[in-house]
Design a protein around this ligand. Structure first.
Ligand code: RTP
Ligand code: MG
Length: 148
């Protein structure tokens, strides 16, 4: 069982896509462990996107993600890191396929609705950046309701 960090970005919150996104993850059988609206400070945002800190778009990326509240979540499920990246779709709207979240809702690369961790290491690191891992809900009680 894996955990991952999923975040509805400021554009997704403004466009009222939280319900749609939570619904897709629930329908897939994944379990929500933690969720919170938060306005990210620059320090947390720069740490979150640290791998991009040399890129020309880094400043604008941090400006955008700190510009308005995000809806941050921790989800759990089998192979959820890889599966959630598939559900989210490619970074650019010109490549994100219909049926993926970005394919269905995003129309620009800089504001693409949702973030999902891309590896076990980044999931652990990102969850710890935004939540106290010791306070995560135990989702076990939900699992017998999953359709498999
Ligand atoms: P994310 O981390 O937000 O889930 O997105 P991702 O893995 O699909 O893409 P990543 O390569 O990690 O890039 C992080 C975010 O930076 C913005 N970006 N802008 N202007 C550009 O060329 C450019 N390239 C990337 C995107 O908003 C991307 O989601
Ligand atoms: Mg990324």
């Amino acid at each position: 069982m894996q955990r991952t960090f999923i975040m509805v970005k400021p554009d997704g919150v403004k466009r009222k896509l939280i319900g749609e996104i939570v619904s897709r993850f629930e329908q897939k059988g994944f379990t929500l462990l933690q969720a919170e609206f938060m306005t990210i400070d620059r320090e947390k945002a720069e740490y979150h996107y640290e791998e991009h800190n040399e890129k020309p778009f880094f400043g604008e990326l941090v400006d955008f993600i700190t510009s308005a509240p995000v809806f941050a979540m921790v989800w759990e499920g089998e192979n959820i890191i890889e599966v959630s990246r598939t559900m989210i779709g490619k970074t650019s709207p010109t490549e994100a396929l219909p049926g993926t979240i970005r394919g269905d809702f995003a129309f620009c690369k800089e504001e693409n609705v949702i973030h999902g961790s891309d590896s076990l290491e980044s999931a652990e690191r990102e969850i710890a950046n935004f939540f106290d891992p010791l306070k995560l809900r135990d989702g076990k009680a939900d699992y017998n309701q999953n359709v498999r």
